[in-house]
Design a protein around this ligand. Structure first.
Ligand SMILES: C[S@@+](CC[C@H](N)C(=O)[O-])C[C@H]1O[C@@H](n2cnc3c(N)ncnc32)[C@H](O)[C@@H]1O
Length: 181
């Protein structure tokens, strides 16, 4: 695969902030294309039970192809930033499995004959962030932000959000408490 391909971009953990209110804490989550494990670690840090798998043995002890593998037992939800070149296949497989899912995809993922057919048939709910994410590219070095040249959203299915579009925003910072003498 081309070095620097978006198929290998790693997701910054803050991408998950809009999802935490939508994911019950007792859910067991399948990060089915986990790459270097950014999302696995962030979810575990928030108390979730997470199973991380990947097709590449660069990232996992054994290769697990999400498009053909059975889901690990007991999972409640599928969550990942999939390889963008396999958007349609990942969406199709999620709808086929029928589990709640959240896939991080470019906003342009709303385009496309096959995807729109899937969205019409099964429905989709989008969670949007106010800013673009800074993905970690393969030549990422700690302390330097990568560029973010496309906007993304969480494409959710079977999550029961109840709105087609959620324009999430971070909670405003609380003012520091002033101690009165
Ligand atoms: C864009 S990276 C994202 C990694 C991680 N999910 C994140 O958000 O930081 C996509 C990952 O999908 C993996 N992948 C590609 N095809 C796959 C497949 N059919 N099944 C499972 N993983 C796959 C790649 O090896 C890569 O690690």
């Amino acid at each position: 695969m081309r070095a620097g391909s978006p198929d290998l971009f790693q997701t910054p953990p803050e991408a998950l902030d809009p999802l935490y209110p939508l994911l019950p804490r007792d859910w067991r989550i399948w990060e089915c294309a986990c790459g270097e494990g950014n999302l696995v670690r962030a979810l575990e840090g928030h108390g979730y039970s997470v199973i991380g798998t990947d097709a590449s043995t660069d990232y996992a002890a054994e290769s697990t192809d999400f498009l053909s593998a059975d889901p690990p037992p007991g999972i409640d939800c599928i969550l990942t930033n999939p390889p963008f070149s396999l958007k349609d296949d990942f969406l199709s497989r999620c709808y086929e499995l029928g589990k709640p899912f959240a896939l991080l995809l470019p906003l342009t993922g709303l385009e496309g004959l096959r995807r729109q057919e899937l969205f019409r048939r099964h429905g989709v709910e989008l969670v949007l962030m106010p800013r673009r994410l800074h993905f970690q590219t393969p030549n990422f070095t700690e302390g330097r932000k990568s560029s973010s040249w496309f906007a993304t959203a969480w494409y959710c299915g079977f999550m029961g959000i109840g709105r087609s579009l959620t324009f999430w925003q971070p909670m405003p910072a609380q003012p520091a408490l002033e101690l009165v003498a």
